[in-house]
Write a protein that binds this ligand. Structure first.
Ligand code: OSB
Ligand code: MG
Length: 368
């Protein structure tokens, strides 16, 4: 296939309610939506999951826009593509910028699967017809957190993640455990602790958490290994694992019992699949992370999570977790802790053009 042109659209939408974590409170979401069109007029869609500011990782909507327009799209338009896996190979010539890379690479996967007339999840060898889903509480206020958990359980979620940070950890988790002793519960610290907090972190073992996510520094694997030796609760890495090499090192050192895989953080679907394969080989369970994303990215997460190694429910919630109206149709819907994998070709969801246009604040067509 030969890509003829790419449409970049910057979209912006308010969240239904603010989403707070150790680093930032997100109230509205900007993203870049990509539409790639090939020589036969077939379209594929991708979504960039970087935020407006670099609070989670270094990339932003603006750095991704620049990389896509001036560096990555020219590489894609340069010559024909036999298989989407070639894209991550071509992109090895460009350092870093995984979220920008993932945006265009995923769009090409959608296009390729549509050309093959196969649902993307089947094309990549997915074995689950429904994926395990979970939801994240987006508040540090104890009372609203309990209300959110109650509401999520009514909506059919059965795995909940909460955000913790120093001063908002032990008592918060104890309160939740008092109300929900058997809830499948995990905590994400977004790198807000250091090894000086060892006594506190060890004390969290008594809450029977599924795992604790990224307790220590964003770029650390050494101290996480030291911490894991002292804690029963499995440590899950998120921010620390960007490349395949990062994961190999973390496995060698024993820094993680679990890996959170985000397609954007690791530079695309092909890289995400390779990380999954590596973890499967080493018996490290994986789950699919979330980025407060719109439906296109959510659809890729569903496809990824159909792979065999995704044995833990991911942060893949319903479209209505964050949005009044998503940009895909039908919207993503969780039932009894699961999401049905779609049967349509490609990502398996249609673009809600009306909603996409309504959310667009800037768009541009990139040709060779
Ligand atoms: O650390 O996993 C994270 C959201 C934005 C950026 C980073 C993270 C998150 C989440 C929730 O925890 C994601 C979601 O439900 O979409
Ligand atoms: Mg995280």
């Amino acid at each position: 296939m030969k890509i003829q042109h790419v449409h970049l659209s910057i979209i912006k939408m308010p969240l239904k309610s603010p989403f707070a974590n150790a680093l930032e409170t997100v109230t509205e979401r900007e993203s870049i939506i990509l539409e790639v069109i090939d020589h036969d007029g077939v379209a594929g869609y991708g979504e960039v999951v970087a935020f407006s500011t670099p609070w989670y990782t270094e990339e932003t909507v603006k750095t991704c826009y620049h990389l896509l327009k001036d560096v990555l799209i020219p590489i894609v338009l340069d010559r024909a593509i036999e298989h989407p896996k070639e894209i991550s190979e071509r992109f090895q010539a460009v350092r870093g910028n995984p979220m920008a890379k993932a945006g265009i690479e995923t769009a090409i996967w959608d296009l390729y699967a549509k050309r093959k007339n196969l649902p993307l999840w089947k094309l990549i060898g997915g074995t689950r017809e429904s994926v395990l889903s979970g939801v994240v509480v987006g508040t540090h206020d104890s009372k609203s957190a309990l209300n959110q958990i109650e509401q999520f359980m009514l909506e059919g979620y059965d795995r909940v993640k909460v955000k913790i940070k120093p001063g908002h950890d032990y008592d918060f988790l104890q309160l939740i455990r008092t109300h929900y002793p058997y809830l499948s519960l995990m905590a994400d610290a977004n790198s807000s602790y250091t090894l000086n907090d060892l006594p506190l972190l060890k004390s969290l073992d008594r809450f029977n958490l599924l795992m604790i996510e990224q307790p220590l520094a964003v770029d650390d694997i050494v101290e996480h290994a030291a911490l894991q030796k002292q804690m029963q609760t499995p440590i899950c890495l998120d921010e620390s694992i960007v490349t395949y090499h990062d994961a190999e090192s973390a496995i060698r050192l024993g820094s993680m019992g679990v890996l959170n895989i985000k397609i954007g953080r690791v530079g695309g679907l092909w890289n995400a699949i390779q990380l999954h394969n590596l973890c499967l080989k080493h018996s490290i369970p994986v789950w699919c992370g979330g980025m407060i994303e719109f439906g296109i990215s959510r659809a890729f997460n569903i496809a990824l999570a159909t792979l065999e190694g995704f044995t833990i429910p991911g942060d893949i919630s319903s479209s209505n977790r964050f949005w009044e109206k998503d940009i895909i149709t039908p919207e993503v819907h969780v039932r009894k802790g699961k999401i049905q994998a779609p049967m349509q070709a490609g990502i398996g969801f249609n673009i809600n053009k009306k909603q996409l246009i309504a959310a667009t604040i800037y768009s541009e067509k990139i040709v060779k």
